[in-house]
Design a binder for this molecule. Structure first.
Ligand code: WT7
Length: 632
């Protein structure tokens, strides 16, 4: 059979251990992982305090950690503002005219901001927001495409102590409305359009629809990119330029308590309602700063390109906040990875001499499908460190990524979550790599694989991935839902349960296998089966629905749904299309099921819970395991 030999090659290659090149190790911030790790774990508070000392504080902390299980406070009594470390700290020194941000539009247009310019723009926006009556503690929803204003708006909120809630611009009106309503946002910042594969995506229209029934919103600020400009309705709606035109480029950073909220970011869980994960100024600043510095070995000469969208946590931590805290030059293009052609990212890497490239397994598999010819056309010799995040990377994709970039760049497979705020398990560039493994915990982090009772399982045996003590960038609560926060630390007592299954090998390397709960990862996007189900059930024809994730060679998983129709409705192709359109409208394009099957029965427990595990096993033709709780 064609391809068999190749597959055997992949198997043997995947079993190899890949040592980092000597020149990478010699110049790395961390050269001896084991030593740094051991030391950090002997006294984690001292470790984190030393790191915190690399950053600027208005006022030092009295205590590093106050742990009142399951509630943590870090750098207690400390006063700071994360934007001071992102901007002012650099502008006071030689980096004032260093490039902070290079934005590239889909049409090739570009906008460049030095640290000095970025600070002034952020201050203008901050003053503009103040003028609208937005202040410390107020929530601002940001619904923007990948444009510099996204950076500026986030930082401006943080500057004045307002709490931003960034909503990914691929979410639909209803998903946006739910998030605005939960946060009770005072203002919304959006744009007329975003560009995707040459097409203008109308964002303002989505916002208009979302704002029906969200009385908290007093102001809508619109970045207008198109001519003639989209019509605005004052006094509630105003143009971005009008907001910042008259505003002063100077704005003192609000003095924040280390524990004051920085942002809310909604993510999917096992119920239909998204969770508002809350992160704070102090600990988040420390945790993201040092992980970005050590994991990517970030230096002043680097050009850093992370392909995520700031609408997700990867963008918050590792496009906006941490790279700026490290004084990096960030490349930030708008648009898709294969538009106008599949050489798009490779050509950007060549053109801007990108040295650090951080992407997702889904993106790498998509690029792999387009073939070697695309990376081969470009000079990729500037690359130094590669990263991946969001889902497990299969060894085949890992090896391809490694090979087409010259077999000399360490690939850091970083495991973390919206809730953890920062990278938790990852190789550092000095650590030997095993394709498909996220390697070892970051210094200061104690991770384990345990059974349901919390007992560590032996090497090579699967179990639940847990974190055994608090860390500075951990989420502080779930907005308005402290019980849901506590659940993370109480599912298995005294440890943080991540919701992933994993095993450890004999070298202590972690292998993350996937979610243990009803969360699906589609192209690295996190979706709750319950959210998709409740979207379906909100259609008048649907009586019941169940969603499962089904393995897919490019997207990791795709969504398959099973639907029971109400009396009087008949299955048809047209009904399939209508239900898909309904999900698109309710949640957004990322949640649309790839497959939809009509059924008249769903497996349930005696208490009436749908057993998705059984559906999945049936779909994949495997043994469903214990089905003793099944109702019939
Ligand atoms: C879930 C968190 C963290 C930024 C993007 C996702 C999965 C994340 C990896 C990895 C295997 C991974 C886990 C995790 N995940 N990174 N390197 N290897 N799985 O954030 O949307 O909060 O999702 O993504 O299942 O729990 P998120």
């Amino acid at each position: 059979m064609a391809g068999t030999e190749e597959k055997i090659d992949v198997l043997t290659e995947a079993k190899k251990v890949y040592d980092p090149p000597a020149e990478v190790v010699e110049s790395a911030w961390v050269r001896d992982y084991d030593q740094v790790y051991e030391q950090s774990i002997e006294d984690p508070e001292r470790f984190w305090a030393t790191i915190a000392g690399e950053l600027e504080w208005f006022n030092p902390w009295d205590r590093v950690l106050e742990w009142d299980y399951p509630w943590a406070k870090w750098f207690v009594g400390g006063r700071c503002n994360i934007t001071v470390n992102c901007l002012d700290r650099h502008v006071r020194g030689w980096r004032k005219n260093k490039v902070a941000l290079i934005w590239v539009g889909e049409d090739g247009a570009s906008r460049v901001f030095t640290y000095g310019q970025l600070l002034r723009e952020v201050n203008r926006c901050a003053n503009g927001l103040k003028g609208l009556g937005v202040g410390k503690g107020d929530r601002v929803t940001i619904y923007l495409p990948r444009i510099p204003e996204q950076f500026i708006a986030m930082l401006a909120c943080a500057r004045i102590g307002a709490i931003h809630s960034v909503v990914y611009s691929g979410f639909s009106a209803q998903a946006l409305r739910d998030r605005i309503a939960d946060a009770e946002a005072k203002a919304v910042i959006t744009a007329d359009v975003g560009y995707h594969r040459g097409k203008a995506v109308q964002l303002k229209g989505i916002v208009d629809e979302a704002l029906e029934g969200t009385p908290s919103v007093e102001h809508v600020v619109v970045v207008r990119r198109q001519t003639p400009p989209v019509e605005l309705h004052p006094p509630r709606e105003l143009d971005w330029n009008q907001l910042i035109e008259q505003a002063s480029p100077r704005c003192r950073a609000e003095v924040m308590d280390a524990e004051d909220p920085l942002y809310i970011l909604y993510t999917s869980g096992t119920t239909g309602k998204p969770k508002g994960v809350v992160h704070v100024h102090g600990g988040y600043m420390v945790g993201t700063y040092i992980t970005c510095k050590w994991v990517f070995d970030l230096k002043d000469e680097d050009v850093y390109f992370c392909t995520a969208d700031p609408g997700w946590v990867t963008g918050h931590s590792y496009i906006v906040y941490a790279p700026l805290m490290n004084g990096a030059t960030v490349l930030f293009p708008e648009g898709a990875l294969d538009y106008p052609d599949p050489g798009r990212w490779w050509s950007l890497i060549e053109q801007y001499e990108v040295s650090i490239f951080y992407s997702t397994p889904t993106a790498i598999r998509a690029l792999m499908k387009y073939g070697d010819e695309w990376p081969r056309r470009y000079d990729l010799s500037s690359l130094r460190i590669l990263g991946t995040v969001g889902e497990p990377i299969n060894p085949e994709a890992w090896l391809w990524y490694y090979r087409v970039t010259g077999e000399r760049c360490p690939i850091v497979d970083t495991w973390w979550q919206t809730e953890t705020g920062m990278i938790m398990i990852t190789p550092l560039p000095c650590v030997p790599l095993k394709p498909g493994s996220a390697a070892r915990p970051f210094p200061g982090i104690e991770a384990d694989v345990v059974d349901r009772e919390g007992r560590p399982v032996p090497p090579k045996q699967g179990g639940f991935l847990v974190i055994k003590r608090p860390w500075p960038a951990m989420k502080r609560t779930i907005y308005k839902d402290p019980q849901r926060y506590e659940q993370y630390w109480k599912t298995i007592p005294n440890v943080y349960t991540a919701g992933d299954v994993a095993f450890r090998d004999e070298d202590g390397y972690f292998w993350i296998l996937g979610r243990a709960d009803d969360v699906i990862k589609v192209s690295g996007y996190r979706l709750g089966t319950a959210e998709i189900e409740s979207a379906l059930v909100s259609h008048p024809a649907v009586a019941e629905a169940a969603a499962i994730g089904k393995p897919d060679p490019v997207k990791g998983e795709i969504i398959k749904t099973f639907v029971i129709l109400k009396e009087g409705y008949a299955p048809s192709e047209a009904m399939v299309e209508e239900l898909k359109a309904h999900v698109r409208h309710t949640l957004g394009p990322i949640a649309v099921p790839s497959e939809l099957e009509f059924t008249d029965w769903l497996p349930k427990t005696r208490s009436g819970k749908i057993m998705r595990r059984v559906l999945k096993a049936k779909e994949l033709g495997v043994d469903p395991g214990d089905i003793s709780t099944l109702e019939e």
